[in-house]
Design a protein around this ligand. Structure first.
Ligand SMILES: NC(=O)c1ccc[n+]([C@@H]2O[C@H](COP(=O)([O-])OP(=O)(O)OC[C@H]3O[C@@H](n4cnc5c(N)ncnc54)[C@H](OP(=O)(O)O)[C@@H]3O)[C@@H](O)[C@H]2O)c1
Length: 266
């Protein structure tokens, strides 16, 4: 049996597609022949990402960049309308943009929580709400929410991100029942430590909160992972590709954890 994804000719939105897990996923989709719209704020990073993606071999896909701040409802509408104007369809949504800060709880402000919830929790929910009517009319849709291990395993230095992730797990499972009526599948991937720019930023913030060096934080992180390895963004991308393909046609409302065995509970 060969694992053929058969994604060629489909169209995807990848939020936060200019870096890290989002960029790896956009590249993987494009290489499979999927037209990709990447959305994030910084135009320079978007341009660089488009050039990187276009340098890959593809069976005929296109990539576009949409400059958008996904904390803003109007920008979310823009992402969807621009993608539809360009490609006429949105088969796949990869909700991925997130940037919650780490830090000591007693020094945290309301803004730290509100920023995290606004971008990731509300941002993901708004995009699902904007994309689903279109997918519903076509009787097909595939959505992956990139969430994160802190949703199930809270950490005192990452409560803004953790609470956002926990709520998104609830949302993913909850909405999957309704979306199933229209043959729209929605699943979550929860990465553990993954080698991206964001992981570097979090290590710096954690080091500051704990009063230790960045190297010590990284050593602690690796030590706490049973498989003793940090995941690469391409591993998350490969799983996202599987989940949006028909190989996963019976999978919806589920979460797959990619954390080297770190999650302690069932
Ligand atoms: N890396 C990890 O260890 C890890 C672990 C668990 C979960 N995750 C989750 O995985 C997802 C991706 O993380 P990553 O490590 O790949 O992050 P990353 O390398 O920092 O990339 C984040 C992407 O999101 C975009 N972005 C940030 N704020 C945005 C905003 N307001 N509007 C639009 N785009 C925005 C960034 O571009 P601009 O800044 O230019 O907008 C960038 O393209 C996040 O949801 C994160 O919580 C990551």
């Amino acid at each position: 049996m060969s694992l053929e994804l058969k994604l060629s000719g489909k169209t995807a939105i990848v939020t936060g597609g200019s870096a890290g897990i989002g960029l790896a996923t956009a590249k993987a989709l494009y290489s499979e022949g999927v037209n990709v719209a990447i959305a994030s704020r910084n135009q320079e990073r978007l341009d660089r990402a488009v050039a990187e993606i276009q340098s890959l071999p593809t069976p005929g896909a296109k990539v576009i960049a949409i400059s958008a701040d996904l904390t803003k409802a109007e920008d979310i509408e823009k992402v969807v309308s621009t993608t539809l104007a360009q490609f006429n369809q949105i088969d796949i949504l990869i909700n991925n943009a997130g940037s919650a800060r780490a830090g000591s709880f007693l020094e945290s402000t309301d803004d730290l929580f509100l920023d995290a919830w606004n971008l990731k929790l509300l941002g993901y929910i708004r995009l699902v709400r904007a994309v689903v009517p279109h997918q519903k009319s076509r009787g097909d849709g595939r959505i992956v929410n990139i969430i994160g291990g802190a949703g199930r395993t809270p950490r005192p230095n990452f409560l803004a991100g953790g609470t956002s992730n926990a709520a998104l797990l609830n949302f993913t499972k909850g909405i999957s029942k309704e979306l199933a009526e229209y043959k729209i599948r929605i699943n979550a991937i929860s990465p553990g430590a993954t080698a991206t720019e964001r992981a570097e930023t979090l290590a710096r913030q954690n080091a500051q909160a704990q009063g230790i060096t960045v190297e010590e934080v990284k050593a602690q992180n690796i030590q706490s992972i049973p498989l003793k390895r940090i995941a690469q963004p391409e591993e998350i991308a490969a799983l996202a590709l599987f989940l949006v393909s028909d190989l996963a046609a019976s999978i919806t409302g589920t979460e797959i954890i990619v954390d080297g065995g770190s999650t302690p509970g069932v």
